[in-house]
Design a protein around this ligand. Structure first.
Ligand code: SF4
Length: 310
């Protein structure tokens, strides 16, 4: 037989196999994303029957994925809740204002675009060369809280994921001397809204792949001209470098955030050190003196563990 024909047949078979493999990978990714988001919602009781969830959409991969997954879960959930997508158009130069409405119409989603020129306010108030992010996010936060009230939403969903949460923990430790991450569910600082993070269990690389697969019309995130917070960039690079050298490390840190052994930390508000007395009873969660802590992979007894589900 002609070798050209054999080569051609082989190439076609290889292409078919590659296509099948890619479809299988995407199917696995889709199942994982929906399972993780569903699990986070359940674990932290993020969404309840009758809720109206305001989904904050920036036009980046994370918020598009969040909306996409929530829309799918809404169809299959045993409870009824509604979703309204909200984008704050901050009037940054070059913001393609037609992109999000066109996408949202194509998905048949209820949506609201809030037009507020925070860009000019920030430019006017912050001297050239200084970081604009803190004022910008404060303004954005206030606007989004107000819009949630106006739309009758009782939950505000943000697209932060597992890697954001771990990065925040280290930022707070390194620069704020506090062990504080990013909560999956908490009342907002104005006391009027409940903020939820349905992507809390999701890894960032999975969101990158999902956004490519779903071909979301991504809006660039550097339109304001401000550099992303440098400290966050550095901490994220540090964590990703660890993950490369020791795969699974980010997951371990993330899991640890839900397994806090208060008796082995130093926060007097969380553990009553002043009342500690010998009981005469053996306790596996007690001090093991000079030995290495080999039980660190095993969650300690419930009495001294705070889970994030409190
Ligand atoms: S990067 Fe730009 S849009 Fe984002 S918070 Fe900072 S100033 Fe605001």
């Amino acid at each position: 037989m002609n070798t050209d024909v054999i080569d051609h047949d082989q190439a076609a078979a290889d292409a078919l196999a590659a296509e099948k493999k890619a479809a299988h990978e995407i199917n696995k990714l889709s199942k994982r994303l929906h399972r993780q988001v569903g699990q986070a919602i359940t674990d932290f009781n993020m969404i309840e029957d009758g809720d109206k969830v305001m989904v904050c959409l920036s036009g980046g991969k994370d918020s598009y994925s969040m909306l996409d997954i929530l829309l799918n879960l809404q169809q299959r959930a045993p409870i009824k809740f509604s979703l309204v997508a909200v984008n704050l158009d901050q009037k940054q130069p070059g913001f393609p204002e037609e992109v999000l409405p066109a996408y949202l119409k194509s998905r048949g989603v209820d949506f609201h675009i809030e037009n507020q020129d925070t860009y000019s306010i920030v430019k006017k108030l912050i001297p050239e060369g200084k970081t604009t992010c803190s004022l910008c996010s404060r303004l954005r936060r206030g606007i989004l809280y107000r819009v949630a009230g106006e739309l009758g939403a009782n939950k505000i969903a943000l697209g932060h994921h597992r890697d954001d949460i771990v990065t925040t923990l280290f930022l707070n430790m390194f620069f704020g001397s506090r062990m504080k991450g990013m909560p999956p569910k908490l009342v907002s600082d104005d006391g009027k809204n409940v903020v939820i993070r349905p992507l809390a269990y999701v890894k960032e690389p999975d969101l990158v792949r999902w956004a490519e697969h779903r071909e979301f019309p991504i809006i660039p995130c550097n339109l304001c001209g401000s550099q992303e917070n440098l400290q966050r960039v550095q901490v994220k690079a540090m964590i990703n470098e660890w993950e490369k050298r020791y795969p699974g490390r980010i997951d371990n840190i993330f899991t640890a955030m839900g397994n806090i052994v208060t008796s082995h930390m130093m926060d007097k508000q969380l553990f009553p050190f002043e009342t500690v007395k010998a009981t005469g009873e053996a306790d596996a969660g007690g001090d093991i003196a000079f030995d290495d802590d080999e039980s660190c992979a095993t969650p300690s007894p419930a009495s001294s563990v705070i889970t994030l589900q409190r």
